[in-house]
Design a protein around this ligand. Structure first.
Ligand SMILES: [Zn+2]
Length: 412
């Protein structure tokens, strides 16, 4: 069995893993890093079947290209297929807006739709004689880990969260010989979630009490719903703008992938939704909190809200997740400035950062690896893998940290 990470080995983004075993060729994820310009993985060879762990662009961004080029089928859970397609359609629009050439266009996303195959957690699929089983990865609704039962039993985690969030239950370990695991948070631990939530809610209330607007940038998929559930029953006047509402509706149609569809439905009932620019003008006047895209402040309605309030010291921008280098959100965190209308502008609003990550942290990753009890561990999707590798080696694990394009062989 041979594995080559074509992208997303030594960095968080553009993940793609190519696996060969007994003449069968499989691909796990084919992502794109949505930086400026975007980053792509190395091109894979033709494969027999592809698997998509979840809907985020850094795992799915090159899937339309893959289908259009090789005509290969792609297996994922229904939430990943539905919401992933929506994000890809949006990324085609964004990339044409920002002037970067996309490696595929609208027609490729149409082709992709014909190649998507649904599979549920617990299903065992046949890929040319190799059994592949899907397990829940936590992270976001529908996120899957793939267990390949071939000459070795290999588990590809995609992005995982081992703790329960409001939105989804955490991933459970799966015994395997080879564990290919993400390492986004290698070397870093999250503060306890309850503490983060308390600080976030207190700050939000403080902003509202002094007459400001709390602007909460959030990804449409996962983070928006988690923030809605966090703010539920706070008594605040909350509006939701951007793609999050469409994602909510899709998630609600697949309740088996949620921790509690009742709670999400209750949270949705407490929120007003901005559906057009007219709504934005009227609802924004009375709103106390706005949850909106994009999560890294690189586009979407969030820019309009911040632009309107940029000189208002009573208002606040409360970031809820990791801000990738080169994004507006990162610039805001580091310099208090934001590119608005093509030029950097000073933002007078209060700035806050809250770690609502949906990734397992350093300690949780170690616990997970130990419980999976693999002979070999492959670390990927991390820009600081060495810290996790050192800790795992101390615990006696054989750890690989391949570069992009480097082949690893697992002997039977
Ligand atoms: Zn993800």
């Amino acid at each position: 069995m041979q594995l080559t990470l074509l992208g997303g080995a030594s960095e968080v983004g553009s993940l793609s893993g190519f696996l060969e075993d007994g003449g069968i060729r499989l691909l796990f994820d084919c992502g794109l890093t949505p930086s400026k310009p975007p980053k792509y993985p190395m091109k894979p060879p033709a494969v027999d079947l592809a698997f998509l762990s979840h809907a985020h662009i850094d795992h799915s961004g090159m899937i339309p290209w893959l289908c259009a080029t090789f005509g290969v089928d792609v297996v994922a859970t229904p939430p990943t297929n539905i919401v992933g397609t929506m994000l890809l359609e949006d990324s085609v629009k964004v990339s044409s807006l920002e002037g970067f050439p996309a490696p595929y266009d609208k027609s490729d996303v149409k082709v992709l739709k014909k190649h998507l195959q649904n599979a549920a957690f617990g299903d065992i699929l046949d890929a040319g004689g190799i059994d592949i089983c899907l397990h829940p990865a936590g992270h976001i609704p529908g996120a899957a880990m793939f267990e390949v039962r071939a000459s070795k039993d290999l588990l590809f985690t995609g992005d995982i969260n081992t703790l329960d969030s409001h939105l989804v239950n955490g991933a459970k370990p799966v015994k395997c010989d080879v564990l290919v695991i993400e390492s986004t948070y290698s070397g870093r631990d999250h503060p306890p979630r309850s503490e983060t939530e308390r600080h976030f809610l207190n700050k939000t209330k403080e902003v509202v009490e002094r007459g400001g607007l709390a602007i909460v940038p959030a990804f449409a998929v996962g983070r928006t719903q988690e923030m809605m559930l966090t703010l539920m029953n706070s008594g605040l006047d909350i509006v939701l703008d951007g793609m999050g509402w469409a994602v909510n509706r899709h998630f609600m149609s697949m309740p088996e992938y949620l921790r509690s569809s009742q709670r999400l439905s209750d949270a949705m009932a407490q929120i007003k939704v901005i559906r057009n620019p007219g709504d934005r003008k009227t609802l924004a006047k009375t709103a106390q909190v706005v949850i909106t895209t994009s999560g890294m402040v690189d586009g979407g309605p969030v820019l309009e809200f911040i632009s309107d309030r940029r000189n208002d010291k009573n208002s606040a921008v409360l970031l809820t997740g990791y801000q990738v280098e080169g994004t507006n959100g990162r610039m805001l965190m580091e310099s208090g400035e934001l590119v608005l209308g093509g030029a950097p502008a000073k933002i007078q609003c209060e700035l806050g950062f809250y770690d609502f990550s949906a990734h397992a942290d350093h300690n949780e990753l170690i616990k997970f690896v130990k419980a999976c009890a693999p002979e070999e561990v492959v670390l990927c999707h991390g820009d600081n893998r060495i810290v996790l590798a050192n800790d795992l080696r101390e615990d006696g694990f054989k750890v690989h940290m391949p570069k992009e394009g480097q082949k690893i062989e697992f002997l039977p």
